[in-house]
Design a protein around this ligand. Sequence first.
Ligand SMILES: NC(=O)c1ccc[n+]([C@@H]2O[C@H](COP(=O)([O-])OP(=O)(O)OC[C@H]3O[C@@H](n4cnc5c(N)ncnc54)[C@H](O)[C@@H]3O)[C@@H](O)[C@H]2O)c1
Length: 250
Amino acid sequence: MKIIICGALGKMGAKLRENAKTQGDVIPVCGVDKTATDLNGFKVYDDFGKITEKADAVIDFSSKSTLNALLSYCLKTGTPAVLCSTGYDKEDIAAINKASEKIAIFRSANMSLGVNVLIETVKFAAKRLYGFDIEIIEKHHNKKADAPSGTAVMIKDGIKEVFPEKTEVYGRCGIVGARDRNEIGIHAVRGGTIVGEHQVIFAGDNETLTFTHQAESRDVFAAGAIKAARFIANKKQGLFDMKDLLAENA
Ligand SMILES: NC(=O)c1ccc[n+]([C@@H]2O[C@H](COP(=O)([O-])OP(=O)(O)OC[C@H]3O[C@@H](n4cnc5c(N)ncnc54)[C@H](O)[C@@H]3O)[C@@H](O)[C@H]2O)c1
């Protein structure tokens, strides 16, 4: 499977190339980043328009700012896209949905299998622990550009599938008065080299249930993104996420 890496010079871009080597049949054919360069024969372009190589999928770990150019390239060449960047807004999501009518797109703000099982587990718990207060705490390294994490948003969205009436409250700074029972509190911690930790707390009367996922290395995201690329490489169109991949493995 040939892949193009968008965000090739970043932390995850480097991890993807490392992980591809361990898989044998995954060949990163080129990359895209802000600066053009050549890493021992692996070409990195500063513009999608300059790509001459063909690939079975583009894997993106860059930022929301690459989305339009990336989708244009994938639509023009019919290349499936695995979108791992976080921080997309409503317009970005609409553009992704529209593009997925013509090409295959796999999007997940968290490519680890564990986090996606955590979300299913949290939905299960939310249905049964009626009346419990739910709080989400996420922790990441001090270079992370967006807050709250895309994964915290995914967890919150999962809970809102069960309880649409709940509203998110970020950080709770400056709020005077008691907690509203319909709140989902979301809190971001930034520091050091923390790869990623997500904690979901269900606090009831005299008992607390806490679910925690800890990413121990960025390898988990690289491996998940390659699994996602394999999943969509031969698909013509449609929007897919980790639920589809997990369902295939169930
Ligand atoms: N889905 C997941 O599982 C998952 C896991 C880890 C990180 N992420 C997300 O992936 C993204 C990258 O993470 P990272 O830790 O590798 O960050 P990073 O800052 O180390 O790397 C990002 C790279 O993308 C490049 N880039 C950014 N904007 C660009 C643009 N407009 N054009 C060309 N290149 C551009 C940067 O130059 C940089 O080399 C972030 O959005 C992060 O939140 C997602």
